[in-house]
Ligand binder design. Structure first.
Ligand SMILES: O=C(O)CCC(=O)C(=O)O
Ligand SMILES: [Fe+2]
Length: 337
């Protein structure tokens, strides 16, 4: 019984070793755990933050990146809070219209379902992997996360479309910079951006740096720049040729054969690779239910197009990341007609 605790929490990056101030007899350990259960929980949660390190050499510390402080875990700055609970108080995405498909199913396909994105695509280099953990899930049937497979979607494109987009770039925008489809459609004035807030180009087809597979890489709504883009070299604007291509690609990307619906249960951890998929949140009844999710984001292996680049999204001179931007940028992604 001497190693009771390390058997429970292997001393590796997957877990944590907890030391007890007593002779390591099982009864004494159990007694200590019962006397101080909070400590065990805290250590366990800390270990969850550490798991992220397995998936890349840089786990984002949200205190050092453009993230509103009310969305950052108080003790563990690598954890982003997504919740309707304070201090985060993030509203869920709106219900699709109509709320169900004709055959009574959850709508998943664009443009019926909106909000499809890959995380932080306004950054060059963009991140690799996100880890998403359900602390308090909303009830089954609500607050799902939808995923679409970019590798299958690319493979299943009609060959002429695959050839057409092979060397094209999309223009990705930071939320809240007035470049979203919604803002441009509404004719909102185009704000002047600081260099680190500017939209960034990303290949429409990304080659995975580990597997060598090609995947579609684009977003919609708030994460593309619908003023100068969304596709470099094509007619810009919400009614331009670039917009038509995004609509066509997104409708294809999110076909049911490419998508997976994750119904969350407490304690689920979903690890997703932003380099080769997109995802979207669904509505839940936030008046009746609480939902608390934790996210970590890992980067470090974006692939050859980004070799040698410095981080586009960090101001060089210590300027406030969010200067000049409204606070609503995290909420605006899925608010579309
Ligand atoms: O809330 C969700 O289901 C998805 C949230 C999301 O897109 C993210 O954290 O990147
Ligand atoms: Fe996301």
């Amino acid at each position: 019984m001497r190693n009771f605790t390390s058997a429970l929490f292997h001393d590796s990056q997957l877990g944590v070793r907890i030391r007890f101030n007593c002779e390591l007899e099982l009864e004494a350990v159990v007694h200590q755990l019962e006397a101080d259960p909070q400590r065990l929980l805290e250590e366990f949660h800390r270990a969850r933050g550490l798991i992220s390190r397995l998936f890349g050499n840089e786990v984002e510390n949200y205190k050092k990146t453009p993230t509103p402080s009310h969305m950052i875990h108080k003790e563990i700055p690598e954890i982003l809070l997504l919740s309707n609970l304070p201090p985060c108080e993030r509203p869920p995405p709106s219900k699709p219209n109509p709320p169900l498909t004709i055959d009574g199913k959850l709508p998943t396909r664009f443009p019926h379902r909106r909000g499809w994105h890959t995380d932080q695509s306004f950054r060059r280099p963009p991140p690799d992997v996100s880890l998403f953990y359900a602390v308090i899930p909303s009830p089954l049937g609500q607050g799902q996360t939808l995923f679409a497979d970019g590798i299958a979607a690319y493979r299943n494109l009609p060959p002429n479309l695959r050839t057409k987009i092979r060397n094209m770039d999309g223009l990705h925008a930071l939320l809240g910079t007035g470049r979203s489809e919604q803002a441009v459609r509404a004719g909102e004035p185009i704000q002047k951006l600081l260099p680190h807030q500017e939209s960034q180009r990303q290949p429409l087809v990304r080659t995975h740096p580990v597997t060598g597979e090609n995947a579609l890489y684009l977003c919609e709504a708030g994460q593309m720049d619908w003023h100068e883009g969304p596709i470099i070299g094509l007619e810009p604007g919400v009614n331009g040729e670039g917009a038509r291509l995004v609509y066509e690609l997104m409708a294809h990307y999110t076909k049911s054969e490419h998508t997976y619906v994750h119904e969350w249960q407490k304690g689920d951890l979903v690890i997703y690779d932003n380099r080769c998929l997109i995802h979207a949140a669904t509505w839940y009844d936030s008046d009746k239910h609480t939902r608390l999710m934790w996210r970590t984001t890992v980067s470090g292996n974006p692939g050859t197009p980004y070799v040698g680049e410095t981080k586009s999204w960090l101001p060089e001179d210590g300027t406030d990341f969010l200067e000049g931007l409204g606070d609503g940028r995290w909420e605006s992604a899925t608010k579309l007609p």
